[in-house]
Design a protein around this ligand. Sequence first.
Ligand code: SF4
Length: 335
Amino acid sequence: MDLDKLKEVLAGEPKFRLKQAYQAIFTDLIADWRDNTTLPPKLREKLDVECPLELKATLFGSKNSESLKILLELADGGKVESVLLKHADGRRTVCVSAQVGCPLGCKFCATGMLGFKRNLSTDEIVAQVLFFSRYLKRNETEHDRVTNVVFMGMGEPLLNYDSMMEAVRILNSKDAFNIGARRISISTAGIIPGVEKLMREDLQINLAISLHAATDELRSELMPINNKYPLEDLMKVVARFARAKNREVMFEYLLIKGINDRREDALALVDLMRIELFMVNLIRYNPTGVYGPSNSAEIARFKNILSENGINVTQRYSFGQDINAACGQLANKNQ
Ligand code: SF4
């Protein structure tokens, strides 16, 4: 799918043709121009040749699974993974990738171990949501649609800022997916210039920080990017973001056995979370071979320390371990 090419083909047509084409792609969710009824037949034939809508992906999981994963094939042979999470309350969240691999090399992350190949284009990001939108239309109730998008898949979205932001605008556009900005979240390992840029955007999108350690010493060990953007600077810019947007910011914290789940780790985290709009989301670590997960008692103890100190804390239910689709597990293993 190539949206620039689509605009190019429709450049000589009346303006409303582009709107009709967007409607066909993003609302009617057609996968073949021959299924469209609004555009003139000649134009459909041309689009069929020049802008095919087929998406190539392998699907893991089944209709009844609470999470589904795809391995999306890119035009240059690259592959990325995306996950659909089906929440009990009806939300349908797509977790999208922003890069092929990731340059940040976090020690606990399967994607980080792959190294970095390249940034995804806007179309390649949008295609991930489009695939699951089509899937839901075909397989679930007629009105089931993607309600939320989180940039928490492979790669660091703020290092692919322009393509990521253009994709966000398409997700948010009334002419395309019409997903509210408040239902779109960008998760970063702490790229400070990217957070500053995001702060200047006119959209009320959510920010999440992959924190995973509350001291520079431990964080730099687990996440080398912390050497470049240390905690004190990061926390200052995130506080400015939260206040400027008046939005809660979520700090993701994977609990890794014996590494970041000790009492002193919890107390250090309490110290960082003194700002009202900050909240912590605890996630049980999904083993990727290097570290092990904290057990339930250790997670409960950690959570209690935060709660007792007045920190707003939740614990994320972990989807998708069975298909290697859980947090930190996306590494094209099912190829
Ligand atoms: S945790 Fe995120 S930023 Fe770190 S290596 Fe994995 S994908 Fe990259």
